[in-house]
Design a protein around this ligand. Sequence first.
Ligand code: 15L
Length: 259
Amino acid sequence: METVLITGAAGRIGRMLQARMPREGRTLRLLDVRPVEPAPGGEVVAASVTDLDAMVSACDGVDALVHLGGISGEADWAEIRDVNIEGTFAAFEAARRAGVPRVVFASSNHAVGFQVQPDDPDLEMPDDLPPRPDTFYGVSKVLGEALGTLYHDRHGLDVVCLRIGTCADRPHDLRGLATWLSPDDCARLVEAALACPEPGFRTVWGVSANTRRVWSLDGGREIGYEPQDDAEIFASEIGPREEKHDEAGRRYVGGAFTL
Ligand code: 15L
């Protein structure tokens, strides 16, 4: 029996995964401060990711931790520090103390949000771009990735950091036609990060097979991710309108977060 702990289980991505990850022989342990409906065969832990003791208990008997918990956009420094930074420290430290061998960390494109995108559509941006955060939120993701390298190098944990794009039911703007990660592809990516033998430490873009994508799928494919969705099916609904944030979305990875 495999046990996977998912933090931030009540959040947007947490709910998408809960619906897609139940398997015969797998227990999903869902942790959140907010109410969570248990998935079939699942368990619920009502706790904050920032509570280290609760996180260590929640990690008991766990085969892999999928750490989604935290604030999912820009906020005051104190909030980002208290929730995202302390929470991600607690996640890695709890995994180490409880002997969890693998952490899949929900990083974000905003860890590299001020990276300039290529004009040439044939040039794809690699999975391991150096940090260039666009917000305090992005800084918290850079810090999470740095903790990931530390817990890999010093303690031997396997750590896969997913630099997630726009994970939503559908894209809502021009940028999203390039950055969308469909809910089904999100689950495929997390499953690949869980199943891949010996991933070590790595950063991987979280993006679907979008026609307008400029972020590489090479790192994802290396761990066995094969996306099935393409945002282009929504292109006619979005139309060609140009707004200020579309310009930012073409220029920078992080789009409107850079404004
Ligand atoms: C993220 O990291 C955010 O959590 C999400 O709300 C979106 O803004 C997304 O990135 C994006 O870049 O579209």
